[in-house]
Design a protein. Structure first.
Length: 222
């Protein structure tokens, strides 16, 4: 199968080339826009060349790279440096052409202002003022009224319920006091039981009580 013949790459544009606008004529604004587009394209080309050269430099730093591959990469880097230098010159020339085209009257045309399709800005300003001046005080007054009503409902509890709550509070306090007393008693008994063996050991063992018969025998004369 015969492969298609690829077209040779286009040669770089020589410095000082003249632009020809096909559809819009050579108006100052059209020439200016064309030169700005050329400057942008040259900048993109320079960025791509720098990225490609950086990739080649990273490959060249590989310690496992063969000598033949190293020589080829060095040659490609040299070619890439020449192309980068050529594009730099074209960019400098394009910058000069853009500056020259911008100095022609009518070259730079300000874009028309964006027309708003919605309501004017005054509507939003007046709406904000209406919310702050009218709706905000009404909302605060309504919230204050609800708060007062809830407080009145809480304060209007029956007296019987209040008395029951009071008695319940007193009963809880009494239970707490009794529980504290029981705890104190238990702690006292525990301390006494813990100290009793120590006291008995210090005083020594008590003498055994004698029987009644032994006492009578001691009283009778022999």
């Amino acid at each position: 199968m015969q492969q298609p013949v690829l077209a040779p790459p286009a040669p770089p544009m020589p410095p000082g080339a003249r632009f020809t606008i096909v559809n819009g004529g050579e108006s100052p604004n059209a020439i200016y826009q064309a030169r700005v587009a050329q400057r942008k394209e040259l900048g993109d080309q320079l960025e791509r060349l720098n990225d490609a050269r950086q990739d080649l430099s990273n490959r060249l730093a590989d310690p496992d790279l063969a000598k033949a591959d190293k020589a080829g990469i060095e040659g490609r880097i040299a070619t890439m440096d020449a192309r980068i230098a050529e594009v730099d010159k074209q960019i400098a020339n394009a910058d000069a052409q853009v500056a020259q085209a911008a100095g022609v009257p009518g070259a730079i045309v300000e874009p028309p202002p964006i027309e708003r399709n919605g309501p004017p800005e005054e509507v939003f300003v007046l709406g904000g003022l209406f919310i702050v001046v009218v709706l905000l005080p009404i909302s605060l007054a309504y919230a204050r009224r609800i708060w007062r009503r809830s407080a009145a409902v809480v304060s209007s509890l029956p007296q019987e319920v209040m008395d029951r709550l009071t008695r319940l509070d007193q009963a809880v306090d009494a239970i707490a006091v009794e529980v504290e007393r029981i705890g104190e008693g238990q702690r006292f008994m525990t301390r006494v039981l813990a100290e009793k063996p120590v006291g008995a050991a210090a005083l020594g063992a008590a003498p055994e009580p004698r029987s009644r018969n032994a006492a009578v025998e001691e009283r009778e004369p022999r």
